[in-house]
Design a protein around this ligand. Structure first.
Ligand code: URA
Ligand code: SF4
Length: 215
């Protein structure tokens, strides 16, 4: 029999009207789902709290979990390169994840931790943090990197493969905003080497579209 996991969701840990600094402090205590327990620490955001461009990833990876900073591993390095190539300084960008704790599987303690994608319940449990961040930062353009971030923020029928790179106007608590979904940088890393440059160029092209939407 399938066991139903009860998840309170992050809402009760999210201080109302808080700036990014206060949200970051409060997130340390979050018990909105079970992912906090095996993880090393919560991984909140990085970058400018007044950025006009926000990038939303999936969840911290192994290195992010150890260091407490998003996008510092291989996918993060690729993303940084792509962002710079698209004409933005990473310092002008706010970077965060749909889910703030690393979900992984592990055969035995001390063994390699294998990334496990968060399920839709984790995404919805963690969404109050993302909503509060976007309300505090109030970016003009939000880029969803991969299907998990798209699930958190974009319409239900959005599909990365067919809808990526499209400029969407969506209602938020801070009025109408521009959103765009694209592939996740780790998807680029999974493409066989012969085709990887094309996948990378596609990510850069989508980021350029987002930059152009900044006006
Ligand atoms: N992948 C993500 O989606 N986020 C990170 O912070 C690192 C890797
Ligand atoms: Fe809270 Fe999100 Fe961590 Fe779950 S993943 S405990 S909702 S911060």
């Amino acid at each position: 029999m399938a066991t139903k996991v009860e998840r309170a969701g992050a809402q009760e840990w999210v201080p109302a009207g808080a700036d990014v600094g206060r949200l970051r402090e409060a997130a340390v205590d979050c018990r909105g789902c079970e992912l906090w327990e095996p993880a090393t620490q919560v991984v909140f955001s990085a970058g400018s709290p007044t950025a006009r461009l926000a990038l939303v990833g999936e969840q911290p990876g192994d290195q992010e979990d150890r260091r407490g900073i998003p996008f510092v591993g291989p996918a993060g390095r690729l993303l940084q390169r792509a962002v710079e190539e698209a004409g933005v300084d990473r310092a002008d960008v706010y970077v965060t994840n749909a889910v703030k704790h690393f979900r992984f599987t592990q055969k035995a303690p001390g063994q390699r931790r294998i990334h496990a994608s968060p399920d839709v319940g984790h995404v919805s449990a963690c969404r109050p943090w993302l909503a509060a961040e976007l309300a505090a930062v109030d970016p003009d353009v939000v880029v969803c990197l991969g299907a998990t971030a798209a699930k958190a923020l974009l319409p239900k029928d959005f599909r990365v493969t067919k809808d990526r790179g499209q400029v969407l106007r969506l209602q938020t608590s801070r009025g109408e905003k521009t959103f765009l979904g694209t592939i996740h940088p780790s998807a680029v890393l999974r493409v066989p080497e012969d085709d990887r440059q094309g996948a990378y160029d596609g990510l850069v092209a989508d980021l350029r579209t987002a930059v152009a939407a900044l006006g």
